[in-house]
Design a protein around this ligand. Sequence first.
Ligand code: ATP
Length: 237
Amino acid sequence: MSQILEVKGLEASYGPTKVLHGLDFSLDQGGVTTILGANGAGKTTTLRAISGMVTRSGKISLAGTELSSLSTADITRRGIAHVPEGRGTFVRMSTEDNLRLGAYSRNDKAAIAEDMERVYTYFPILKQRRGQQAGTLSGGEAQMLAVGRALMLRPRLLLLDEPSFGLAPLIVQELFAILKRINDEEGVSMLLVEQNAALALELADHAYLLETGNIVISGTSESILENETVRRSYLGY
Ligand code: ATP
């Protein structure tokens, strides 16, 4: 299988504090990979480093294009959409305007309209809410909007930071079923950060376990599910 992203020796810091200590990993084209780890392990920082939102060094190549010296805007333009922790939607704007904003770097009007309809087929509730201010959406709807907005970029790789955070279990099931459909039907590769390891391993085909800025275990989701350390510390059995 070919790789959409290859990362080598990735380091990242906040000021003088280094929080990623040389990560090596790759993501399969069309696959779903998850990064597991405790609070503060560096999961969010890994996504931010890929998107250019934090000082980093090392190699990050997207299907052969080197990204490590590019700005966030350029990285986005090359097809990486980041759905951040806390969603980052514009609360005073309508649902539809938030979606339209997701396509800000494109000028193919007809295709944008088509993509908006496609987002509405994945998330019919967003169509019902299209004129409503994003700040009035429920937590689940807001998360769906954040994913929908990212899809409006026509991304090759979707970075998802804790999409289940703060959502009721039934909503989480619904959201993850839709993420699975998006992966199957659009072929969008995904890198998922999740506190809920069991849920993440259900969606993902590969996983990395991060501890204090280092990858300590990696493998297929099946092999990770059988790993003693992961079971004890992250799955609770
Ligand atoms: P969480 O699940 O809590 O978000 P995480 O695995 O995503 O954890 P990161 O948010 O990447 O971890 O944080 C990694 C380390 O970097 C932690 O020690 C954290 O305190 C530190 N850190 C994160 N953001 C900043 C920041 N803006 N300034 C300084 N240090 C930060």
